[in-house]
Structure formats: C-alpha cells, structure tokens
Design a protein around this ligand. Sequence first.
Ligand code: ATP
Length: 540
Amino acid sequence: MTESAREPELMQKIVSLCKRRGFVFQSSEIYGGLKSAYDYGPMGVELKRNLMSEWWTFMVTSREDVVGMESSIIMHPDVWRASGHVGNFNDPLVDCLVCQERFRADKAPKVQPGTATPITLADKARAKLAEDKVKALLLAADATGQAVDTIKRDGTTIVGTAAKEREYVCPNCGSPFLSKERNFNGMFRSSLGPTDPMASVIEVLRQGVAEGKTDEELRALADQVMNRSAVFLRPETAQGMFVQFQNVQQSLSIKVPFGIAQMGKSFRNEITVEHFIFRSCEFEQMEMEFFCEPGTGPKWLEYWKEQRRLWWEGLGLKKEKLRFRAHGEDELAHYSDGCFDVEYEFPWGFDELEGIASRTDYDLNAHMIGSKKKLHYFDPEADDPETGKKGYRYVPHVVEPAAGATRGVLAVLCDAYAEELDEQGELSRVVLRLHPRLAPYKVAVLPLVKKDEQLVERARAITEQFLRAGIAAKYDEQHTIGKRYAKHDEIGTPYCLTIDAETLSDTTVTIRFRDDKRQERIPVQRAVEIVAEALRTGRL
Ligand code: ATP
C-alpha cells in the first residue's frame, strides 16, 4: 500500500489538492520521491511563511518580554550529550513479523490482551502469504497462545489471532506478531570537517577487538569510535536558546521573566513517517523558552496555554477541533511539573500540534553540568527566599510552548478545506477557507476577456496598486472566468476582482467573496480598503 492509500479519504483529497495547486510536492519526485521529505511549492511556501510570520509577530514583535534569535543547526556535540539527546532521544523500534512494517511501539494502536486481532492486508495475494506466515509463526512458537487451526482467511483479512502480552499491534496490518522492541536514536549523525569516521572504525576492528563480541557490543564499539568526530543535526530548536541564555540576557540586560523565541528547521530520523507533512524527518518548529523565577512555572504554564489557544483560534482553527490534553503522571518527564499537548482533530483523529511544558530548571542545570559554566540569573531587587536579604541569585525555570510549523500548515489546510454540494448533492466546488493573512494571494485581479487590451491594461494597473500597498495580488487571465474563480477558491484567495467594460467607463469592479461567492459592484478604491480591512480583522 502506498502511504497516501492508507490515509482517510479527506487526507487523500488534501494531499492531491496540495500537489495540483502547488502547495506541497513529494521531495525528488522525478527520482521516485524521497519518503518523508517534502518540498513546498509556490502556494505552500507563502502559506508556511505567513503562518510562521504570524507566530513571530504574536510571540515576539508584539510583546516586550520575548526576544528572538537564530541558532545554528549543527551545534557542539556536547550540547546534545548534556541535554540527554545522545543517550535518551530514543524511540522504541519494532518490526511486524507478518507485513515487515517498521514502526514506533509507543505510537501503535493499543489493544487489550485477549482481544481479537484481525490482520488485514492490501490484497488477496498478500493476505495468502500472510496467512502462511501466521501459521508458520504459530507453529514455530506459541507467540499468542493461538492454535493454528483457528486461523482462517476471509478475503484480505486473517482472523483467529488474539493479542497476548503486547498491548499494541502493527499499525499497518493489525498483526500481534512483533519483533522485540529496540532503542533507535532519532538524531541524524554526520561528521564535521575532513574526517572519515568509517576509517577510524576499520582501524579499531583491525586491532582484532571484534572477536567474540555480540552484535550489540560491536555496535556500541563502533558508536564510540564514530561519536568522536560526530555532530548532529538538531532534533529541536530549543537547545540553541538554552545554551545562549546568558548571552541573550546579558547583551540586552533583559530582566527575568522573559522569553527567547526561534523558528527553524529540525531533523529527526523518524521510524514511521506518517500522514503527509504531519510527521516528516525534516520539518520546521516554532519554539519559545520563557525563563521565570523558581516557583512561578505553573503560573506561566497556564498563561502560555491561554496565549497559544488564542493564537491558534485567532488563525481561524475551529474551536471544537482544538483541545488541550494534560499529560498524565506516567507521561510527564521526571523533571517537568506540568505539560499540555495542544491537539487538533486531523482527518485520522486528535493528534499533537504543539506541546506546552513547564520544564523547571532542568535544561539550564543540564548545561551547567555539561559546560561547567554558571548560567544563573541575579536579581538585585528581589529578596532571597532563603536568607531574606536583598539580591536573589537563581537558575531560572522554563516554560516552553513548542509548536510544529509544518504540522501547523497541515492543520490549517485540513481546517480550511471544504467541499460544497449543489442542489442535486453533486460536488459544486472545493474551497480553502484560509484566514486572509494566511492565504498565499489576498486578491486575484481578473480581466473578463484576455484579448481586450484595455481590460488587460486596467487589470494590470489595479494589480500594481495592490502590490504597491504591500498586498499579495495575482493578475490572472488564463481560462474562463468560472475556472479562474474555481482555482482561486482552491488556493484560498479571499477576493477576486473582475475587470469588465464598465470598469473602464465608471471605475467600478465586481468583487467576489470567496466564502459565500457573493458578488458586489464597488469602486476600485473600495476594493483596496476591503482587502486591507480583511487582513487587519481576519474577517471577509
Ligand atoms: P510526537 O509525539 O508527535 O513525535 P513530540 O512530542 O516528540 O511529537 P516535540 O518534541 O514536543 O514533539 O516537538 C514540538 C512540536 O514539533 C510537536 O508538537 C510537533 O508539532 C512538531 N514535530 C515534532 N516532530 C515532528 C516531525 N517529525 N514532523 C513534523 N513536526 C514535528
């Protein structure tokens, strides 16, 4: 099965629209495509940049207590040792013994032991092979406590198996026949400078140290050698802000509480890439570390939770499709004193869009240990709670709202996508009801007839007028007017202006509103005002 064939129908439609209209393409498509990497086309890059610029304005430039920065993607490898990523950024990797799918145990569908686990393959031929494999597995070892003769095949589904000890099944076929879980580090490793880590590994192996060692011991040995020259692509943007905390604070003499924000690329060698751009190996994040006084983390967590809700809702995401899920005790990192996931209801169900965590002083402490540098903050005006004297030196605590930008693009696309039916129940149009500030074009200017030079000239002049006002406008003369409306509905252009003979005589145009297809005759000058107003208020 291809990735997209597994998706709910709505997702398939969104993926297809993204390609058809130039939002997102499969990376390296002409070479067969690179799984898990995507390219943003002309519409997609505008949408993504608009979303990220909205975040930057909301989180940084419209506030006095948050500043921005951009750290490098490749940082000193000790950053990742101190932060725990080298040792602990592991996902539990499992192979399905029936369909060979490789997946993350913690993201797999949950089942109660004893529950029936039907195994479904894409077609009958594969199901037949799978049936034989299931029987062979049962004969080899009684992995699920099932007798071979209870196994039956009904078309593409094999029934008769039940979950035994594992509390999850394969996300692809539903099989409970799984390999052992093994740790898989999600960081991309490379080496800096003209070193050849493989040469070092070969040199060590030539010394005869491989003799009698298990695969795991050999792997650990090779890792040790390779890690001497290893650097990592950052798996999150956050660490750049922790390690520059002091430089930022001192260069601006900024007082705690304050935040440092950054947007940019992150890289994770994900075991399972899923749902189009929802989970990819190269993606973009929008993160902010808010440094505050010890003891005030929970208060700021509540504050940022509310701010983030306002932001997502302000971009038009439907309230009923957004929810906050508090992490339970078992999910919470040992150092954290509170964490919420902002979840959006994607076509496959609610899933994480952003994490908002109170991280106490864990990160700065970790870097103080790793770097042996002091990362304290001194507040001369506050009283030290221990001594009661003026002047308080402490390691700030941190609250972190960490959102996915590329995942945000998908949420926005899913939320905006709508199909309208005509009176006969047939599909009449597809429309992306994007927030005007997110829309790639804010207005399309359409000469009614492209062969009429006067209309073309007038339409181009009006387009210029918008562009000079800083409003992304698109002059568009191809195809019939109906097709042009349909195209701009699909890319989410909030307004279309149709330039006809009347425009030449009385300088009025027809403005068409994307969401309800309403058309009004207005003076050209009003059109600029209407579009500018929609950008300000977010309403069409
Ligand atoms: P998940 O549980 O989905 O793997 P996470 O909890 O590991 O995500 P964080 O480390 O909290 O994610 O990263 C913050 C945000 O970055 C996530 O909420 C998500 O929006 C985004 N993100 C994380 N991993 C990916 C990815 N592989 N592809 C796209 N976005 C991602």
